[in-house]
Structure formats: C-alpha cells, structure tokens
Design a protein around this ligand. Sequence first.
Ligand SMILES: [Zn+2]
Ligand SMILES: [Zn+2]
Length: 346
Amino acid sequence: MRAIKLTEVGTVREVEVDRPRLQHGEILVQVTAAGVCKTDVSVRSADRALVPLGTTLGHEIAGVVAEVADDVEGTTVGDAVVVYPVWACGVCVMCVDGRQNACRSTGGRLRVPSAPGMSHDGGMAEFVAVPARWTVSAHDVDPALAAVLPDAGLVPYHAVSTQLHLLRPGSTAVVVGVGGLGQFAVAILRAITPARIIAVDASPRSLEAVGGRVDLAVNSTDPDAVTRILDATGGHGAELVLDFVGADATLALDGRVVAPYGAIRVPGLGGGVFEFETAQQSRKLPFGTTLARTYSGTLRDLVELVELARAGRLDVDLVRYPFSDALQALDDLARGDVRGRAVLIR
Ligand SMILES: [Zn+2]
Ligand SMILES: [Zn+2]
C-alpha cells in the first residue's frame, strides 16, 4: 500500500509499504479521509525528527473497519469510524475519570499520550492499525468532515465544553485566530452555546471567511482592536477567550479583553509568553481570570462532537485533496494558502 512518511529529516515522501499487521486489541482501518494539520507541516520542516523517521503522518483519521483482531469485540468489518488520537493508558485514575488527555502514564508531566502520526503510524495511508478502544462510530457522517473532527474539531470542542458554565445568554466568546481550528470553534460555539461570538485575526481573508457566522470580526492589527471588542461587551470583557495562535501579541490581547472571572484558554502553540501582572491597579488583567493551555480533548468530547456533525450542526469550510496530492496539501498549508481545513479524500 502507499503511505506518506517522514523518510528523513526535512523530507516527506509517498512510499510503498506493507499493509500493517494487527496486534492485540487493534482493528485495521481502511482510510477514507485524513485531515492535514499544521503539525504535519512542522514535522516536515523541522531541522530534527519530531517523530521517529519512517513514521506515517496523519493524526486525523476516518475510515472503514477492514479487519478486526481476534480479541476485539463490538466492532464489525464495514463499520465507519473516526480515530480518537489520544492513545492513553485507559486505566489510570485520570483515564477512568474520562480525562484521557491528562493520562498519568505518559512518562512525565510535560508529555502527552501516544498519538497516530506522531509516535505510531498515522492515517496518511491506505490502511492504518489502531486500538479498537480508541475509535468512535462515524456512521452517517461525511468522511471528509469526520476525518477532521479528532483534531481540528476536538481541540476547540474541549476548550469550549469545559467552560460552558461561563457562556450564558448575554455572554461573549472571543476566538483569536480563525483558521482551521478557529473556524471549528465558531461553529461549535454557535451550535452549543448562546454566546455572542467575536472573531479576531490578522488576516482579512480569514475574517472574511467566518464573517457571516460571527457577531463581530476584528482585525488584530487595528489599533482600536481591544476597544472594539470591549465596546461590544459593554466594557465588561469576554467571559471566554480562545487563543488558537498563542503568540506574545495574542496573549497580551487575551488579557486585555477577558472579563473578570473569565477564562483564557490557549490551544495555540505559538510559543508566546503571558505576562501575569498582580498590581492592584493592573491594566492588563482583571481579577479572577483563569488561564490554561489545553491539549486535545476527551473521548467523551469526541463522541459528542461526532453527534453534532451527524446532526448537521457544524458549518465549517473543508478543502478537499485527493490522496495523491498529499504533498501539495502540505505545500499549500505551509504557504498559508488553505482557507478552512485541508483534508485528503479517497
Ligand atoms: Zn493537528
Ligand atoms: Zn491513563
């Protein structure tokens, strides 16, 4: 079969490989669609191996069950599935509490659980072997949309689902960075909360793409950006700020627009540093704000998200490529030429 692999540092190629052999607890998924993420671009462009050389890329996977290991029950050949990308231990106290993205068995507090396309072969191939326990039924969901749910959808879903108590009628959510993940955040906020939604981005094209789905679109390069956001909330600020960029400048903006006792959630991996000011008269941060980086989502989050997709409640832009154009998709993404989420389909 064909697979898209990191063959050496700086090089991703399509190569011919054997079909995976199943281990205990695994199923073989015939991939129908695979999302393409900026992480895949980073894996290709990095000057060191961010994943083991020879790894098949792709952590957003939808497909059809093609084979089932002898010890697997409850899954049948022909079932449509999406792959939950957090391959946690499943038995630690966090996992049994349903918080697989905070699994205690990762080997260190700064490490995350294994993932397809990172520590195991991923979905940019004709077939991929995955643990049966980490799959979710995706029947009646368009494979292209199903494929991008496990990352582009799950990350914002988790960031929103953990803060639903803040998003009451009259509340405001600010989405900073409305590319692939930010677009999902807008759709999810619209589908499951009554919040006013403000989109913030430096790119007029990105703002235009979500323009009809948000209450206010603000260009972050506008010197009045903070004022415009605060004015829209009556000066109080936004109960939830989701930052999909995570750069110095966006983190500073987050602090200046968040409401007292609001939340800043930062899935973005931009390497920025947040300045936490404690003065009584702080001009940067109100009292009570919580700030957290968030990683992926829980299995429950993915199950709920698939339900939203099945119900037709996720209005997002997908940019479809045939599998044979996978490298082109990476090039386009690297140049910032993709409006919405890129997905490979068969
Ligand atoms: Zn990703
Ligand atoms: Zn665990």
